[in-house]
Design a binder for this molecule. Structure first.
Ligand SMILES: [Zn+2]
Length: 86
């Protein structure tokens, strides 16, 4: 046999630890729309798809994390408040 019973000869699979997942399957920033929504840093970020509609409260959350208010401004994930320019 080719050292099958050698205790010092572990299979490579036993030596490689589980790699931590860098991308979680439920990543909320992952856009699945087509065409893809503009990034939250884009000047047109407010045109992204609505993912959470709270219009009864005066706001909705967009796919890229932007919070769009019905009184003409929006909040980007970095905490900055922007005014919609018509
Ligand atoms: Zn999207």
């Amino acid at each position: 046999m080719l050292g099958m019973s050698d205790p010092n000869h572990s299979s490579p699979a036993d030596l490689v630890p589980m790699e931590p997942s860098t991308t979680s399957p439920g990543d909320p920033t992952m856009c699945t729309h087509s065409p893809t929504c503009p990034d939250s840093t884009s000047t047109e970020c407010y045109s992204a798809q609505v993912v959470a509609d709270h219009t009864e409260q005066g706001w909705c959350q967009l796919c890229n994390g932007v919070i769009l208010f019905d009184d003409g401004h929006y909040l980007t994930p970095d905490g900055l408040d922007h005014v919609l320019s018509a």
